[in-house]
Ligand binder design. Structure first.
Ligand code: CA
Length: 222
């Protein structure tokens, strides 16, 4: 899962980035409203953390522009502006959640996980796909109850597929959701990683659909 942080305070942006990366996400950071708007407009993020007081374009305007352009990405506003009228303006612009500074960083992580689950149609914090289970809050995958040891990259790939079971996920889509924008895309890397994941979870669960991409079996397996 890939996130965008739009935050003009470098120390806070770094702290958020580190916490979110430690929680299993890949993260892009924008330091002003213009860059943030552009990235959110052109890159397929799974969720966005948006400050309101930003240079160049303020956060509410950035959010309005995304929503007017039809972007449905979940947006969590994280701001010092705590008045009810300010919160209302944020929700009216299309925010999905709103937190005020100072904040508990793990609360940001949990709220983002819930927003991402909801956006892909899941209500439970544990996603089940046959013998595979992803505990989204613990960022842990089990196979028939036994923990599956995964590297950070392998976890992001498998997590994305488990959030979107039963449909073909193209190679491009998968790359865009598990790497940041500075990654030099090379689909051979993805093939190698998928090979490693298959060895850990069993070959039959992740199918390759020739010329289209990958599909995680959606049905409950006996
Ligand atoms: Ca700010």
């Amino acid at each position: 899962m890939r996130l965008l942080i739009v935050e003009d305070e470098p120390a806070l942006a770094l702290r958020l980035q580190q916490a979110l990366e430690a929680a299993g996400f890949v993260v892009d950071v924008a330091y002003d409203g213009e860059e943030g708007w552009h990235l959110g407009d052109t890159e397929p993020y799974d969720a966005i953390v948006l400050d309101l007081g930003l240079p160049k374009i303020d956060g509410v305007s950035v959010l309005q522009r995304w929503r007017e352009a039809g972007k449905t990405t979940p947006v969590l506003i994280l701001t010092a502006r705590g008045r009810w009228s300010e919160k209302m303006a944020g929700f009216n612009a299309g925010a999905d959640d709103y937190m005020t500074k100072p904040f508990e960083i793990q609360e940001v992580v949990y709220r983002l996980r819930a927003l991402i689950r909801r956006a892909s149609g899941h209500a439970q914090p544990e996603l089940v796909c046959g013998p595979l289970r992803l505990d989204t809050n613990a960022a842990r995958v089990t196979l028939d109850g036994a923990p599956v040891p995964l590297t950070a990259q392998e976890f992001r790939i498998l997590s994305y597929l488990i959030h979107h079971p039963g449909r073909v996920v193209s190679r491009t889509e998968l790359m865009e959701h598990v790497y940041d924008r500075h990654f030099d895309s090379d689909s051979n890397v993805l093939e190698v990683l998928l090979g490693r994941i298959r060895r850990k979870v069993g070959g039959g669960l992740i199918q390759t659909v020739r010329g289209q991409g990958y599909k995680l079996a959606a049905q409950e397996q006996a």
